[in-house]
Structure formats: C-alpha cells, structure tokens
Design a protein around this ligand. Structure first.
Ligand SMILES: NC(=O)c1ccc[n+]([C@@H]2O[C@H](COP(=O)([O-])OP(=O)(O)OC[C@H]3O[C@@H](n4cnc5c(N)ncnc54)[C@H](OP(=O)(O)O)[C@@H]3O)[C@@H](O)[C@H]2O)c1
Length: 307
C-alpha cells in the first residue's frame, strides 16, 4: 500500500468503505479534532496554540482526502484556538455529505479548567454553544459523554428531546459501559458508541464492540494511536510485534494501530487525531492497509496481553 508519502495519488478515506450513522453515510476513516488546537498535550493550561493557517489547511486537506466524518467538541480549545471555530472557518459552507459529530457532557471554563459534568438543563446550552461555534442550525451527531457508571436516563432524555425538536439529527454515547447503551436505547435510537480502545487498550471491551456491531451501532475508538499516552499523545514507542508488521507493509506503527481497529468489524470507525499534515495523509492511507490472518493473530495476542 501507499504510506501516503509517495508521489502517487494519495489513498482516500473511502478505502476502508463506508458506514451509516442512522441516515448519515460516512467513510470509515474520519478525523478527530482534539489535537488541532495546540502543540503537545491536549487540555494543558500552558499549551502552545497551534498555527491557525496550518490547522485550517489540515482540515481542508482532510476533506480533500475524502474525510467526511469529523469528531469535535466545544471543550476542544487552547488559549487561542477553538476546534469548532477552526472547522467553521475551514469548511463552511459545509458540503452536504460532511458529518460533524460533537460531544456534550463535560465543559471547561473560559480559562480551561474542567467543570462538573452538565446537568440535563445545561446540556441544551452546550448543544447551542456547538451550534453557534459551528455556524449550523442543527448538529449531525451528538454524543453524550459521561464519567462513571450512574444512570444516564435523565441526561440522555434531555438530548432526545432536542433531537425531537430538530436541533440534533442522531445521538451517540461516549465513555460508556454496556448497561448505558441499553438504558439509552429505551429512550431514543443510538447510532454510535465512542470509547477508548486500541491494541492493548481495553480488551475487556471486545464483547461490547462486537455487540455494537450486532446491533448496527458504530463503535468509534479514541486513543487508538496514542494508547496509554492518552491526552498526552503518543510516546512514539511501539511494540516490536507492531513494528515488525509495519515494516513488512512499508508503513508506520501508527498506521498498523489504525488498521487493526478497522479490522475489528465493518462498524468500527477511525477518528485519528493529528496536527501534522503528513500524519493526516498517513492516517487516511491506513484505511487501505489489509492485514493478514497471521498478522491479526499476532496483534490480537498483543491486545489480549494489554500491551
Ligand atoms: N470521547 C472522548 O472522551 C474522547 C477522548 C479523547 C479523544 N476523543 C476524540 O478522539 C480523537 C482521536 O484521539 P486522539 O487524537 O487523542 O488520539 P490518537 O488519534 O490515538 O493519537 C493522537 C496522537 O498520535 C499522534 N499521531 C497521530 N497520527 C500519527 C502518525 N501517523 N504517526 C505518528 N504519530 C501520530 C498525534 O501527534 P501529532 O499531532 O504529532 O500527529 C497524537 O500525539 C480525538 O482527536 C478526539 O476527537 C474523544
């Protein structure tokens, strides 16, 4: 496959096929906007803001490469940059096939401290904040992001009302356990579950991932490249098994990590995040990487060991 760095035509985001989030069709390789607003660790108080022109150019390049599924949030901001504002500046007026997924639940004060999670009443304000920043009159997909195991019925019910009112097209969940999905589905349809997952990350969620597939719900992993680095980002280190498979295909370890998630099922959507234009091209190209059965067995073993 092309790593996206050759002079040949780059691979596009359609290479891994498409999936339907309810009535919204997306290419399986999308883009996560959390890394766009700063250099280094996300949400760091002393973060150096990203270069505005580069961030806008990167979003436009993503769309040129066929990316039509963006993941964002109003709380993705650094001292000088807002992911939603960058998306608006780069891509409005939005093309019909672009699906912007945002998430509500957490919020941050203007100076960046995380605030207690939103009450049902505050969720409407967060939806409106996303509408204003993105410059839209409705949101394509809104994920309710939670922390903990408590009931989500009241909060998800508040979002379901906004969906009925036409402010939201489709609903999803983030950072949830299987019982939350069942609870939400009793209230309104759920089109996606966005959880932390990747090689060695949460093998205990494998069954949840498969269950989403059986129900036609997208499973959208985050930190599938960053792994245990989480919001600090990738450490640049990769296991020898991942690197050996990467070398065999002439790609990077990050590309193998993305491709492995896509091999978990046709309902798995990638939203790799980067502020680096070369990484963007490589991440999209990972959708064309086909791993052999023997390679998948090695990576699955690594995954089960929690590497
Ligand atoms: N729902 C939630 O709770 C939640 C939480 C976290 C994230 N998210 C969403 O999920 C998206 C994905 O997560 P993420 O952006 O943190 O993690 P990620 O995609 O797993 O990895 C991003 C990290 O890997 C690096 N990277 C990206 N592409 C690379 C490549 N080809 N080669 C080498 N390094 C590469 C990035 O640095 P460079 O910038 O230098 O490339 C960054 O450090 C986010 O952007 C966000 O939209 C959701």
């Amino acid at each position: 496959m092309s790593t996206g760095t050759s002079t040949r035509e780059p691979v596009t985001a359609a290479a891994a096929g498409t999936w339907k989030l309810g009535d919204l069709t997306v290419n399986r390789v999308g883009f996560g906007a959390m890394r766009l607003t700063q250099h280094g660790e996300a949400f760091a108080n002393d973060a150096a803001p990203s270069d505005r022109g580069q961030a806008i150019g990167l979003l436009r390049r993503a769309v040129e490469l066929g990316v039509n599924h963006l993941d964002t949030a109003a709380f993705y901001f650094s001292p000088l940059r807002s992911a939603n504002e960058l998306i608006n500046r780069a891509l409005a007026p939005y093309s019909e096939d672009l699906v912007i997924t945002t998430k509500v639940g957490p919020s941050r004060s203007p100076s960046g401290e995380f605030l207690p999670h939103a009450t049902p009443a505050q969720l409407r304000g967060q939806v409106e904040e996303n509408l204003r920043q993105l410059g839209r009159d409705h949101l394509d997909v809104v994920n309710l992001r939670i922390i903990g195991t408590d009931s989500i019925a009241e909060r998800f019910g508040a979002l379901a009302e906004l969906r009925t009112a036409g402010l939201i097209r489709q609903l999803g969940l983030s950072n949830v356990h299987p019982h939350h999905l069942a609870e939400a589905q009793a209230i309104a349809p759920v089109v996606c579950v966005q959880n932390r997952y990747g090689i060695g990350i949460r093998p205990d969620h494998d069954e949840f991932l498969r269950d989403c597939g059986r129900q036609g719900i997208a499973f959208v992993p985050f930190y599938s490249i960053a792994g245990t680095g989480g919001q600090a980002g990738t450490s640049g280190e990769a296991s020898e098994e991942v690197l050996a498979i990467a070398r065999a295909h002439g790609v990077s370890g990050a590309q193998v990590r993305i491709a492995w998630t896509l091999h978990r099922g046709p309902h798995v959507l990638a939203i790799p995040g980067t502020g680096n234009p070369a990484h963007l091209v490589a991440n999209v190209a990972a959708g064309a990487l086909r791993l052999g059965e023997d390679e998948l067995a090695v990576l699955d073993g690594l995954h089960q060991r929690g590497a």
